[in-house]
Design a protein around this ligand. Structure first.
Ligand code: M6R
Length: 641
């Protein structure tokens, strides 16, 4: 939710920041903006005020006052004119997903102070912005955002004391962020220095270490083409990036006796394994289609080195204490959206393999209720990004209640990994399309491995059954590939049905979460009315919606009670609906209007049906000319509650 990028070094900052914005656009595309320290005036030395640069050579939406060049525009990054500023080697940028204030030019970030000497970008929500604004008195505000208080607060801090004792930008940022309530990643520049100071609390921020240059972003994909050496910042950190690429991190001091609120800390430098081109489109028109097609590879990565079929064992790089596994009475899964449906799929497997009660809750609805025993509870946060505010809130509530916590995530260094006792990575590689695709398959696969591991360690899953499941898991990438190879048939179906009134997705057992996920994909990217139901529920109400303009799409595979589901499909067909079914290879339902074949992978077959549903949603949306990678009103990473 909102993307931040910063660069300081010895190259022109504008194209680097702009490219970073393009890479981050999946985080929000309501508006975009860039602020640069004008090269001619920047000294890297002491703070001064005043001075400006004329705007004659820059685009019409660019103001260049007070030594900063600021360009911002509502709409997608492509609406933004890149400032022509070859001398400017320090800059920040922002892509916005609106919370406070509609997506207008004025509300686009960066925001500046009255003197236009300070520019700030922000991700998160400043809950006490009204109070702070009132305290600021006669400062001139030009937007409806919560963010705009920050540059004005910085202005006040920096102008409070003149001369030798004047606070520098870092001290000012420290003082200001300590007054903010809510969540933030904020990033500030001043007209007189090639330097970026930033802080995080509750919203992600990662530093990239270049050669004589430093980067700062909400996500590593922003600068992967420049460096893979990164430092993940912690909540409470303030970071100071200087013109020669030096990076200093300051963390809140635990020692109340210390006079300074923060002290310098060493944060480790890690190497990101993702290749830069993994976050590019590689010839596909949309990231979503590329990511759908990456599923066999992603699944192989998810499984790599973790499966020992002969010994019927799983190695997930996390070992829960034996005593805990013996006493655990409940597994709770908390997640949102697609991750929630992955959790629903996995819950059935965990209950079946590990014989432990497993609940799945929408993270924003989760409470650790009375009567539950935290000492016997494992709470699992499933989150691709590791930054979803609702999921972080839920896992923190479980942690405070005393439950053991585990994250299943795609994102190394993400906030969730720091909020839990243990983390397991799904290894799907970067997912840029707002619609989650390959990560669903990798989440379920990782959780299926966990279910096998728990079952084996608790002695509830026989070696023979475990081997059979592990064999099916090993067969999954090939089975998914077979579905992908049948894409032309899905295109034909999408062309045939794309103009229908509504779509109903049906499934039973493991087919239910896939039906729900199939409907979510179609809603999200095609903007069509689509709903998923447990097939047996159709006759208890939703059947009234069925007409000859409402095709039903059904999971008719192993793990999804295919014969019973087909009975419900027939009920819909009797009312005039066409039926599209994903059917196990060894079955045939001759009355289906369209059938897609699912190879034999046991309880994982509904996952292959999901690939057909992803392709169907994609091609329906494509027929309608939708903004598939950037559906309206949505963003990839939802970091507000
Ligand atoms: O990053 P997370 O897995 O925590 O995200 C959760 C949901 O926001 C996400 O799955 C969302 O529903 C997707 N856009 C669906 O395609």
């Amino acid at each position: 939710m909102c993307g931040i990028i910063g660069y300081v070094g010895d190259e022109a900052a504008a194209p680097i920041v702009y490219q970073g914005l393009e890479n981050l656009e999946y985080r929000g595309y309501d508006s975009a903006g860039i602020a640069l320290v004008n090269g001619a005036r920047a000294t890297g030395g002491s703070r001064a005020t005043g001075g400006s640069r004329t705007t004659g050579d820059v685009a019409p939406d660019v103001a260049a006052d007070g030594g900063l060049t600021v360009a911002k525009r509502s709409g997608e990054v492509s609406n933004l004119t890149v400032p022509d500023a070859p001398d400017a080697t320090c800059g920040i940028g922002h892509t916005r997903w609106s919370t406070h204030g509609p997506p207008t030019d004025a509300n686009a970030h960066p925001h500046v102070d009255c003197a236009e000497s300070i520019a700030v970008v922000h991700n998160g929500i400043i809950e006490n912005h009204e109070t702070l604004k009132a305290e600021l008195g006669d400062h001139e505000f030009t937007s409806q955002t919560d963010t705009e208080v920050v540059p004005h607060l910085l202005e006040t801090e920096l102008s409070e004391t003149a001369g030798e004792d004047a606070p520098d930008l870092r001290t000012a940022v420290e003082r200001v962020v300590d007054r903010l309530e809510g969540s933030y990643a904020v990033c500030a520049i001043h007209a007189d220095e090639n330097r970026i100071v930033a802080a995080r609390d509750g919203s992600p921020l990662v530093v990239g270490h270049g050669e004589d240059a430093a980067f700062l972003a909400s996500d590593v994909t922003a600068f992967l083409e420049h460096t893979r050496e990164v430092t993940y910042l912690e909540d409470g950190d303030v970071v100071d990036l200087s013109a020669d690429g030096d990076v200093e991190v300051f963390a809140p001091s635990d020692d109340a006796a210390e006079s300074l609120p923060r002290r310098p800390v060493d944060r480790s430098v890690e190497t990101v394994e993702w290749e830069a081109d993994a976050a590019e489109k590689a010839g596909y028109e949309h990231y979503m289609r590329k990511e759908i097609h990456e599923q066999p590879t992603a699944l192989r990565q998810t499984l790599s080195g973790r499966v020992d079929v002969d010994r019927a064992r799983v190695d997930l790089d996390v070992s829960l204490p034996e005593a805990f596994l013996e006493r655990v009475e409940e597994v709770q899964i908390v997640a949102c959206g697609t991750s929630y449906y992955a959790g629903r799929y996995a819950a059935r497997l965990i209950e079946s393999f590990a014989d432990v009660r497993t609940t799945v809750e929408i993270a924003s609805e989760y409470e650790f209720g009375a009567g539950r025993d935290p000492d016997r509870t494992l709470t699992i946060a499933v989150t691709q990004s590791g930054e979803t505010a609702d999921t972080l809130g839920a896992i923190r509530r479980a942690d405070s209640a005393g439950a053991r916590t585990l994250a299943v995530t795609n994102t190394l260094g993400s906030s969730v990994t720091r909020a839990v006792d243990d983390a397991v990575f799904i290894r799907a590689g970067p997912e840029i399309g707002v619609a989650a695709t390959k990560t669903f398959a990798s989440q379920v696969t990782t959780l299926a491995l966990l279910a096998v591991a728990l079952g084996r360690e608790r002695g509830t899953l026989s070696a023979a059954r475990a081997r059979s499941v592990l064999e099916d898991l090993r067969g999954l990438p090939g089975a998914v590939q077979q579905a992908l190879d049948a894409e032309a048939d899905v295109v034909t179906a999408a062309e045939r049905y794309c103009d229908e009134d509504a779509f109903f997705f049906l499934g039973r057992d493991l087919g239910v979460p896939v039906a729900l996920e199939g409907a979510l994909k179609l809603k999200e990217i095609a903007y069509d009315h689509a709903e998923g139901f447990p097939a047996g529920e159709l006759k208890h109400g939703p059947l009234a919606l069925v007409t000859d303009r409402t095709p039903v799409l059904a999971v008719l595979t192993e793990g999804g009670a295919p014969a019973e589901t087909m009975t419900n499909v027939t009920e819909a067909q009797t009312r005039g609906a066409d039926a599209i079914g994903c059917v196990s290879a060894d079955r045939e339902f001759g009355t289906l209007d369209v059938a897609f074949e699912v190879p034999d992978v046991g309880l994982l077959e509904p996952l292959v049906a999901n690939v057909y549903f992803q392709l169907f949603a994609y091609h329906v949306a494509n027929e309608k000319g939708r903004a598939i990678d950037k559906p309206r009103n949505l963003a990839k990473s939802v970091t507000v509650e």
